[in-house]
Design a protein around this ligand. Sequence first.
Ligand SMILES: Cc1cc2nc3c(=O)[nH]c(=O)nc-3n(C[C@H](O)[C@H](O)[C@H](O)COP(=O)(O)OP(=O)(O)OC[C@H]3O[C@@H](n4cnc5c(N)ncnc54)[C@H](O)[C@@H]3O)c2cc1C
Length: 510
Amino acid sequence: MSDTAPNSIKNIVIVGGGSAGWMTAAALSSLVSPNAIQITLIESDQIGTIGVGEATIPDVINFNTMLGISEQDFLRATNGTFKLGIEFVNWGKLGETYFHPFGTHGVDMQGIDFHQFWMRYRASNQDSVIEDFSLSALAAKTHKFAIPSNDPRSVLSQLRYAYHFDATAYARFLRDYAEQRGVKRVEGKVVSVGVNGENGFIERVSLDCGEDVSGDLFFDCSGFRALLLGQTLDIDFTDWSHWLPCDTAQTVACERSGPLLPYTKSTAKKAGWQWRIPTQSRTGNGHIYSSQMMGDDEAIDSLIRDLDGPALGAPRKIKFRTGHRTKFWEKNCIAIGLSSGFLEPLESTSLYLIQEGISKFISLFPSADMPASVQAEYNRQLGQKFEQVRDFLILHYKATERDDSPFWDYCRTMAIPDSLTQKIELFREAGRIFRYEDELFSKPSWIAVMLGQNIQPRSVDPIVGGLNDQEIIKSLNSMKAAMLGAAAKMPTHETFLKNYGWAGASTPTS
Ligand SMILES: Cc1cc2nc3c(=O)[nH]c(=O)nc-3n(C[C@H](O)[C@H](O)[C@H](O)COP(=O)(O)OP(=O)(O)OC[C@H]3O[C@@H](n4cnc5c(N)ncnc54)[C@H](O)[C@@H]3O)c2cc1C
């Protein structure tokens, strides 16, 4: 991109150097020449970054690929591991576990979704769970990993993966990338923002050292503060805490123990849930809870009690608000990252929403006068992304049978958005799932959570209902055998990583 038209953008200013700021800087610097557009990123060591955000979804691979980053360099630089999905414990009922894998379940046949065949199969195989037909889930359970095959005839083509990594190291890695491509980094704290009295555009930010930084376009990547879009331009916040009532996290890393797991674990607790995220050198943990239903001391005790190894430091408390800004782009300011909104990390979607903010901006790259139509389209698309993720998260809370605490009583009985009610009812009727408008979560994801949390369809698709039982059983048995065979041949996750992208930062414990 090298547009030098009179009303083209010449100076972009990014306020904030967390994952959002450096992802934005890296992506833009990979596309624009510093001769055409100067990009300046301002960050404050004094304020620091949020420093959490260790689990991702497969889309992050596209982001790194777009930047031309080598996967092995990335894994070494960020202490990264592979993630094949999420294990959910105690969500549907106490004592129950299910797996939300990346990739597909089985193979669709005759244009009909696989799970319809599986529901027939289950009628005569009562113990069967759908994840027995997911290669990602089978590999995860045996701590195995392999890179997916590009050959659609290979069973390995059904694998999909994402990463766990150290988010602070990722921001550092992207900083090197962006600085090599001409991004100017300024260390300092923004103390005031200059706005044009006529058109309301941001003109400059002033730093505590007395320096002013001017720009045509400003990215607000200042985290929960939302310094530009929230504090300066006064854009309101849509609060979704009545649907997603957790508002506090206690986080702590612990020593790694046991095999290196290729999945995130999410355990539902009395008033929220706890994550376990393995990176190469340590395990990240956090207890997310509703502060109205649980006090900090109880939350910390519960977090520490359920660590896999000794804690590395004291727990850190993070307060958050669930929802998003009513606009993501206003005048010449775009919020990306926590400044734009936050949905709890239950399905590891925050970095994805950052990615979406960046890619939608690139697809709508404006002239310096910031046409209202462009802003409106960006706001529509981002708002829709947040709503789609929101519904998927609410499903986990709503579809519970737990009645052992006021928190779960609330979640089980709360009113939910109509869009989610419709999805659940369609599934309950005959197991049908539809994916709307470029929706992030695929059919297998919805199916994994619906079935995993005991939403049982009343009937199967009538076409599958009319097929011969024995043929379905034979076909699924051979599918399962092929998957088990493929998983058995994979190396362990740890062996694979050691030969591929091991940081060598510490000696693994197994
Ligand atoms: C509990 C929790 C768990 C999470 N887990 C995950 C996860 O598993 N997966 C995932 O994808 N995401 C996760 N996230 C989200 C993820 O952490 C963030 O989306 C991501 O790190 C982006 O943060 P950010 O860059 O927007 O903000 P921050 O990291 O807070 O960065 C803000 C930046 O702005 C700068 N700044 C602020 N004010 C000023 C000022 N006045 N002057 C100059 N600079 C300023 C700061 O110095 C900093 O550089 C989690 C978030 C929370 C709260």
